[in-house]
Design a protein around this ligand. Structure first.
Ligand code: BYC
Ligand code: FE
Ligand code: FE
Length: 428
């Protein structure tokens, strides 16, 4: 695989071919900021900790373990995809994402080993024992036990779920525990590429679908049978995949109202997105934040103490961040002359965590009963048939400069390489 192989402080990304088994992880930390102070919570303004603060040890360890647990989980979920890559370019991106997620696990294990003594080592062993989707020892958070069955899911996952990673890493990058802050700041530089893979991946799928529809003279993008006959993914199915991965990712923010989140903030362990840029007291003892709640069978905004609503706040920041990609995808569709818009479903739709986990709602946020949900959920979430159709398109393409029928080539190559660059050399 052609990737960044060298990790030196001046221009750490030097590219060359590396054999996968020879790939080595470095422990990468953002440079130490001189005189950094804890930027929020009850220790606000005190010097950042270089060692684990005894009183917050258990909470800190729990958050590091949860963060660490998601990283190898995503690799486990994606491990089958190399077999069906739509091009060498995409195969290279998959491998790149996977080696970096592996390194993110390494970064969290480094913190556990270096700063937490014996129980840190035991937690690190447990990280190796758990497996995504395993009945006996699953990964800790819901979305990381779901399947990533095809490349459309991979792109949705890197767009939506890696973006939860971005938000959580930003919050942990604010941490008063300086070694955690420094590891997370470095991880964020890699996270940008993962989300790029997702955003451009979906762009390329949408692009190809629109081109194929136009060439075939199809006017109605919702004519699923006709569009599928062209060997491309129809836009309604892309919307269903989006609904699934967005809502699974919303669950990763935890409950809207959470004392865990309040405690982590108070303790100076986990801050807000862009904490240091927010203009307020950074203690939040007296302020409120509006939360969506179920009140007498209706979805209502209710003001709650700001401290307990930090998960909701981070989730709102996340949704704002998600919208940007949708604008780009919709631009491709409208430029092609089609009247179809991809949208984010209402936060009450398809939830397993938080306020709305016990009710059913449509993507528009209309509450519905169990029977209606069971009858209609196939309109909103990928069905077995949809999965089978997408699977039928997942035929590997390994010729140099070639791409599968259902996806456009990228606009530019990685490291400015031309379209016919051999990103991965496959040993036969
Ligand atoms: N599934 O007070 P609550 C990434 C548990 S992704 C299962 O509502 P809290 C990546 C919760 O643990 C970023 N369980 O929530 C992306 C708690 O259990 P305990 C990963 C869940 O604690 C792509 C109970 O429910 N990093 O990096 O405020 C590829 C009540 O919880 C879930 C982090 O998440 C769920 N979805 O917030 C590769 C950062 N949600 O303790 C990598 C660290 C909640 O009562 N984690 N529960 O047994 C955290 O900050 C928090 O733990 C959470 C939950 C935001 C996840
Ligand atoms: Fe990661
Ligand atoms: Fe990632």
């Amino acid at each position: 695989m052609r990737t960044a192989y060298s990790v030196d402080p001046r221009g750490w990304a030097k590219f060359d071919y590396v054999k996968m088994p020879d790939y080595r992880w470095g422990i990468l930390l953002a440079p130490q900021e001189e005189n950094r102070v804890i930027p929020f919570g009850e220790h606000y303004g005190e010097p950042a900790w270089q060692e684990v603060p005894g009183e917050h040890r258990a909470m800190l360890r729990r958050l590091i373990v949860i963060q660490g647990d998601t990283e190898p989980a995503s690799v486990e979920q994606q491990r089958h995809l190399g077999k069906t890559a739509p091009s060498l370019y995409d195969l290279r991106n998959l491998f790149q994402v996977n080696v970096e997620e592996g390194r993110h696990l390494w970064a969290m294990v480094y913190l556990l080993q270096k700063y937490f003594g014996r129980d840190g080592r035991e937690e690190a062993d447990d990280l190796l024992r758990r497996r995504s989707g395993d009945a006996d020892s699953p990964r800790m958070l819901g979305a990381f036990n779901e399947a990533t069955p095809d490349w459309l899911s991979f792109f949705m996952f890197t767009y939506f779920t890696d973006r939860d990673g971005k938000m959580q890493l930003h919050s942990l990058a604010q941490s008063g525990f300086d070694p955690l802050s420094r590891t997370c700041r470095f991880m964020l530089t890699e996270e940008a590429h993962h989300m790029f893979v997702g955003e451009t991946g979906i762009s390329r799928v949408v692009q190809r679908t629109c081109e194929a529809m136009k060439a075939a003279g199809i006017g109605d993008p919702s004519d699923v049978t006709k569009v599928r006959a062209l060997g491309v993914v129809d836009l309604p199915t892309i919307q269903k995949k989006l609904n699934l991965h967005y809502t699974l990712s919303l669950d990763l923010f935890g409950s809207e109202v959470s004392t865990n989140a309040a405690n982590a903030f108070n303790a100076g362990i986990k801050g807000r997105f862009h904490e240091t840029q927010i203009k307020d007291d950074h203690r939040l003892q007296n302020s409120t934040y509006p939360v969506l709640k179920l009140v007498n069978g209706e979805i209502k905004r209710v003001d709650e103490p700001a401290l307990t609503t930090l998960n909701m706040r981070l989730r709102d920041d996340y949704t704002q961040d998600c919208i940007k990609g949708l604008l780009r995808w919709n631009k491709i569709i409208s430029t092609a002359g089609y009247d179809f818009k991809l949208t984010l479903p209402n936060v009450a739709f398809h939830r397993q965590i938080g306020e709305f986990k016990d009710i059913h709602a449509t993507p528009d946020g209309v509450l519905i009963d169990d029977a209606t949900w069971n009858k209609r959920k196939g309109e909103w979430l990928p069905s077995t048939d949809d999965g089978d159709f997408i699977a039928s398109l997942m035929i590997p393409v390994t010729g140099v400069g070639e791409f599968a029928s259902w996806i456009s080539p990228p606009k530019v190559g990685i490291d400015n390489k031309p379209g016919d660059f051999e990103y991965v050399k496959i040993e036969t």
